[in-house]
Design a protein around this ligand. Structure first.
Ligand code: SAH
Length: 218
């Protein structure tokens, strides 16, 4: 597979522009997040047969029963995490095809992304190479354990829904750091966790639907 980044050329430019307009209409205000999303060609990350739908605001299948998140969710989560500050050293749990990691890499120089399905990780590597994004450090690991060798993190973003907050992730959050994760087995919502010297502060945000965070490797 060697799809060119400019594969769908002008059509991609125009539909990408429309995607950004839609994100604005949906309430995304952080211009740096919008610029980051505009800079990443999403069609490179989805199955070739779905490339023409890459700029619709929907989740799309990645294979292995996983999905690439909807652009609105990627934008919303990063906007919440940024909240006007720099993301700093960032850990993504659930790299999938590498799309969200590529968006994060537009906003910070230090991105670690962990994935538990080896073949998906290989796909993410190819996709990031195809767009010449070499900053993201991809790791094959169970993200429930975080990434102790690179901790602490200023930002942790979880792309799969946990039934409870993984303790290792709380421990690996830097003081002043922020973590955002989908939580819940049936009904899910986004939970923002900020770590202060006095402890952790949790804020419950939007209802969402993510694939489950699983244990072990595949
Ligand atoms: N952020 C991805 C979409 C991820 S879908 C993108 O932009 O494409 C959620 C991903 O989380 C899946 O790839 C799934 O395999 C992964 N995942 C689930 N549980 C995990 C765990 N414990 N550790 C690492 N990755 C996990």
């Amino acid at each position: 597979m060697n799809r060119s980044v400019s594969g769908i050329g002008m059509t991609s430019q125009r539909t990408r522009g429309r995607m950004i307009e839609r994100l604005r209409e949906q309430g995304i205000r952080d211009e740096r997040v919008l610029t980051a999303i505009a800079a990443v060609p999403r069609h490179v990350f989805v199955e070739e047969a779905l490339a023409s739908r890459a700029y619709e605001d929907t989740a799309l299948p990645l294979g292995f029963s996983q999905t690439i998140s909807q652009p609105y969710i990627v934008a919303r989560m990063i906007e919440v995490l940024r909240d006007g500050r720099e993301l700093g050293k960032t850990l993504e749990i659930g790299a999938g095809c590498g799309y969200q990691a590529a968006v994060l890499a537009q906003l910070t120089d230090e991105v670690y992304a962990v994935e538990r399905i080896e073949l998906l990780l290989a796909k993410a590597k190819l996709n990031l190479r195809a767009i010449q994004q070499f900053k993201v450090r991809l790791k094959y690991a169970d993200g429930q354990l975080g990434l102790p060798e690179a901790a602490p993190f200023d930002t942790i973003i979880v792309a799969a829904a946990a039934s409870c907050v993984p303790t290792a992730l709380l421990q690996q959050l830097a003081l002043g750091g922020r973590m955002l994760l989908p939580l819940g087995a049936g009904d899910q919502f986004l939970l923002l966790i900020e770590r202060h010297a006095q402890g952790y502060v949790e804020t419950r945000l939007d209802g969402v639907r993510f694939v489950p965070l699983l244990s072990g490797l595949e």
